[in-house]
Design a protein around this ligand. Structure first.
Ligand SMILES: [Fe+2]
Ligand SMILES: [Fe+2]
Length: 369
């Protein structure tokens, strides 16, 4: 270990790929007011305590998972497989010689890459929930965020275990996702951690987990996703309840910063990045595959790509409306999002429905008793 450490015993300059250091600029806060005064947060906290599940005993890890069958079920859903199939017929395509075996293998890699992002994102959520516990000024919110930290630990653990024991080697974290979560951890304003995680990324997670749950029939993954989703829906509710109260008291300039943050995290981050490692593992090489993939993507029906946007924005936009952030500053965010075509989701089905739909743990316990 070198001299100039950060107090962690780890030199940020060390080429140690096993860790990543982030400096958090938000002040930690004690509150001396132990009065329980926020009714909605109190009930959410009680709900969270009653809904804790056990990753080791509530899931049947002895279930055998056949990755090929799993990927075959996802073939229609996996955009990457559809794009590669379309690319196979282009002149000079590196996929020209591919048969069903290769496309199935690609489907498995795509699924591993997706579950790997879930795993890394869940670890990010655990870190952010711990940050909220430290930085939020209200005791009821600290209590709740502590339960969320435990939830996210369990989520990280189950995705890691599913990957490692059922599917094989995980993929690294996608740079855009990593940058997005790092920015939340670094920010000095406690509510930005909430806005970025509980509102933006949790909406994204509800959309992604929900769509995976809709097509997969693999019983272990299904139960795992239902349990994770029932926690996530509660996390979004935590964000909406806390920020609605906090944003009532912010100045116009402060609200404008939050509106800009949301525009930045939706419109400008709308392009999802490819995962180059998938192509390396498939033996094609990303550099060689990329031009054919982009050309093929242009020929595909747009609906292949918009389903996910639909699922994400139909959760995000109604939640942001509840926070009052669409209309502050003479509708600044409403205008930005309208230009990007997002306002059609203003009254879409929101996460309050998920909250009821995914109350899986309570439903399973009721059925068992
Ligand atoms: Fe989670
Ligand atoms: Fe969460």
């Amino acid at each position: 270990m070198t001299e100039h450490t950060t107090g962690t015993g780890i030199d940020p300059g060390d080429a140690d790929e096993a860790v990543k250091l982030i400096v958090d600029n938000a002040p930690r806060m004690y509150t001396w007011s132990y009065e329980r005064e926020r009714g909605q947060l109190i009930s959410l906290y009680e709900k969270a305590m009653a809904s804790q599940w056990n990753s080791a005993t509530d899931l049947d890890w002895s279930i055998d998972v056949d990755p090929e069958a799993l990927a075959a079920a996802s073939a229609e859903q996996a955009v990457i497989v559809q794009v590669a199939r379309a690319a196979a017929s282009l002149p000079g395509s590196p996929f020209a010689s591919w048969g069903e075996r290769e496309f199935t293998a690609l489907g498995i890699e795509a699924l591993k890459a997706q579950l790997s992002q879930f795993m890394h994102g869940e670890q990010g959520a655990m870190i952010v929930a711990a940050k909220i516990t430290e930085t939020v000024p209200w005791i009821d919110a600290k209590y709740y965020a502590a339960t969320q930290t435990m939830d996210e630990a369990r989520h990280t653990e189950v995705f890691a275990r599913y990957l490692h024991t059922k599917l094989g080697e995980a993929y690294p974290m996608n740079p855009p996702l990593e940058a997005q979560i790092t920015a939340l951890v670094e920010d000095s304003r406690w509510d930005i951690a909430y806005l970025g995680m509980q509102i933006v990324i949790e909406s994204l997670a509800l959309a992604a987990f929900g769509s995976l749950l809709r097509w997969t029939e693999e019983p272990l993954l299904r139960k795992l996703l239902r349990y994770v989703l029932s926690d996530e829906a509660r996390h979004v509710a935590f964000g909406v309840i806390s920020l609605t109260e906090y944003y009532e008291h912010l100045s116009a300039a402060e609200l404008r910063d939050r509106q800009e943050f949301l525009a930045e995290n939706t419109i400008r981050n709308r392009t999802r990045s490819a995962i180059p490692e998938i192509w390396e593992r498939m033996g094609v090489g990303f550099e060689r595959a990329a031009p054919y993939l982009s050309e093929a993507a242009r020929t595909l029906d747009r609906s292949v790509f918009t389903n996910f946007d639909e699922a994400f924005f139909s959760k995000l936009v109604p939640n942001v409306r509840k926070l009052g952030l669409l209309d502050a500053n003479d509708g600044h965010l409403r205008r930005l999002w309208a230009d990007a075509g997002l306002m059609r989701w203003e009254y879409a089905d929101d996460t309050a429905t998920d909250y009821a739909t995914y109350d899986a743990v309570a439903a399973d316990r009721a059925a068992a008793s």
